[in-house]
Design a protein around this ligand. Structure first.
Ligand code: IMP
Length: 216
């Protein structure tokens, strides 16, 4: 996807005050601001679903990258299904889940994938859409794509809700991106910090207090 087609979320224009939205009481001190409110995320996903359906002959195997991608995956699949019901365009979907773990605290600590080579073999000859929450360095996705391309799917496309604007990027850019975000550690909408904050609806910037409280 061309960067001009992303929504570029900047610190200056965004970072809504927590007073303007409802957030769970238990996280009040743990985030410093709201970067992307939940309603904006949902509206953007409608558009991403449309772009994907318009490009896809189907059938499509939609692969959720767990755990962080599960909320985006669920909402994206719902939107694709709505389009198939109402627009006449119809893409048959099947759903798969890959667990990938790559962070402890806020630094990368190696990539682990839950599927064995035999399980990955199921994807041979299929059209795959990988659904990820965030591309930071790009290392996780490049590693996953290397593993997947060895089993020769018919096609592989990737959508990530977020891409981080960081000097650590390896240059990888997904086919469909929701928002480009600043180089901050973000949580909420299923993105976690050591398994916390997945139950927060908005995408938020974690505070120093939150980082300390939930460090392992
Ligand atoms: P990458 O390999 O550096 O691109 O990192 C990708 C993975 O790291 C994502 O799937 C997330 O699980 C995790 N990650 C990277 N940045 C963040 C963040 O700001 N918040 C939460 N998780 C993140």
């Amino acid at each position: 996807m061309n960067p001009k087609d992303w929504i570029d979320v900047t610190i200056e224009k965004n970072h809504y005050s927590m007073d303007h939205f409802v957030i769970p009481h238990h996280y009040e001190k743990d985030i410093s601001s709201i970067l992307i409110p939940h309603g904006v995320i949902m509206d953007r996903i409608k558009k991403l679903a449309r772009l994907i359906v318009d490009d896809t002959p189907g059938p499509l195997v939609v692969c959720c990258v767990l755990k962080g991608g599960h909320q985006y995956f669920a909402d994206l699949v719902n939107e694709i299904k709505k389009l198939c019901r109402h627009n006449g365009s119809s893409v048959q979907l099947s759903l798969e889940f890959i667990r990938v773990k790559s962070y402890t605290n806020d630094t990368q600590s190696g990539v682990k994938i839950s599927l064995t080579d035999a399980e990955l073999e199921e994807f041979k000859g299929k059209n795959l859409l990988i659904v990820e929450d965030i591309i930071d360095t790009g290392n996780t996705m490049v590693y996953l794509l290397e593993r997947l391309s060895k089993i020769q799917p018919a096609s592989i496309r990737v959508t990530s809700l977020l891409i981080k604007k960081t000097e650590r990027s390896n240059g990888y850019v997904p086919d469909y991106v929701g928002f480009a975000i600043p180089d901050d550690f973000v949580v909420g909408y299923a993105l976690d910090y050591n398994e916390h904050f997945r139950d927060l609806d908005h995408i938020c910037v974690i505070s120093d207090e939150g980082k300390q409280k939930y460090a392992v």
